[in-house]
Design a protein around this ligand. Sequence first.
Ligand code: FAD
Length: 310
Amino acid sequence: MYDLIIIGGGPAGLTAGLYGARGKLKTLILEASMEGGQMNNTLSVENYPGIQEGGSGMELGMRMADQAKEFGAEIRHEEVVEVDLDGKIKKVKTDKETYEGRTVIITTGAKPRKLGVPGELEFANRGVSYCATCDGAFYQDMDVYVIGGGDAAVEEGDLLTKFAHHVYIVHRRDELRAAKSLQDRVFNNEKVTLIWDSVLKEVKGDKIAEEVVLENVKTKEVSSHKSTTDSKGIGIFIYVGYEPKTDFLQGKLALDDKGYIKTDGKMQTNVEGVYAAGDIRSEGVKQVVTAVGEGATAALMVTKYLSNNL
Ligand SMILES: Cc1cc2nc3c(=O)[nH]c(=O)nc-3n(C[C@H](O)[C@H](O)[C@H](O)COP(=O)(O)OP(=O)(O)OC[C@H]3O[C@@H](n4cnc5c(N)ncnc54)[C@H](O)[C@@H]3O)c2cc1C
C-alpha cells in the first residue's frame, strides 16, 4: 500500500515524487517510458531558472529523477492501463501489476499533435519544432513557417518575429480561427506574411530542414520555399493542437471537452484523493517551470489530505 501513486514521470510527476518522498510519504512513480517526459525532446531548456547555460532536457530529467529517488521515491517503468479511483483505496493497474494507493497524482502530460507529413519526424529538432517559447531563439534571422491558424499558431507566430528574419503563417482556410486581438497583432506586423488556403505537404533537407513544400487546397498548386538570400536558414513550427494522454481515464473523473483533466487551483480533481498537475491539466501554460510548480502543489495538497484523513 502506497501513500501516493504518481502516474507519469515528467517534470510534474518527478517533482511531486520529490515532495511526496521528502514529506515521508511512501511514494511510487509509474513511468511508461523514460523519466523526463517531453523534456527528453528538448535540446536545450533555456528558460528554466538557474540553468543559465541551458542544459539538455534529458539531463534535467535525469537529475530530477535522481533527486526524487534520493529522498526515497520508487520509480517503476510500467504503463498505466486502467484505474479504479472510487473509494478510499485507489487501484492503479499497469501492463505488469496492480498497485494500491491512498492518493493518486496524474501527470501523464500532453503531446503536440503531429501532421504526419513526410520529413516532419525526420527533421524534428533539426528545423521542425512544436514550441516557439522553447525553441524560438534557435531560429534567429531565419525564415520561419508557422503551420496553423488557431490561437497557439498566431500567438507563437507573433512571438517568433522577435527572432526570425520573417514569419510566414500557413493556414488551410482563408481566415484565422485565433482571437481577434491576436489576429490584429500579426496583421499589423510587417515581419509576418499570411499564406492562405494552404497546407504543409513535405519538409525536405539534408542534415537540417532546407525546404518547405506547400499545397494550395483550392487551386491544388504546389509551391516550394527555401530560405531567402538574406535569411540564415529555415524553420517550421507546427501548431495543429495537443493531445492529452487520458485514454485510460475516460469516465473515471471530470475531463474538459478536449480530454484534459479539470482541477481546482489546488490541483484537486472532482474525485477525492486524486490530483492532477502539469500539461494534463485543463488550465495552465505547458512549460517545465509550471509543471514543476503544479507537481509540488499537488504533493503538498496530498500531504494535507492524508493528515486530515488518518
Ligand atoms: C519539443 C518540445 C520542446 C519543449 N521545450 C521546452 C522548453 O525549452 N522549456 C519549457 O519550459 N518547456 C518546454 N516544452 C514543454 C515542456 O516539456 C512540458 O510543458 C513539460 O514537459 C510538461 O511536463 P509534464 O510532467 O506535465 O508532462 P510530460 O513532460 O508530458 O510527462 C508526462 C510523462 O507521463 C508519461 N506517461 C504518459 N502516459 C502514461 C501512462 N499511461 N502510464 C505511465 N506513464 C505515462 C509519459 O511517458 C511522460 O514521461 C517543450 C515541449 C516540447 C514537445
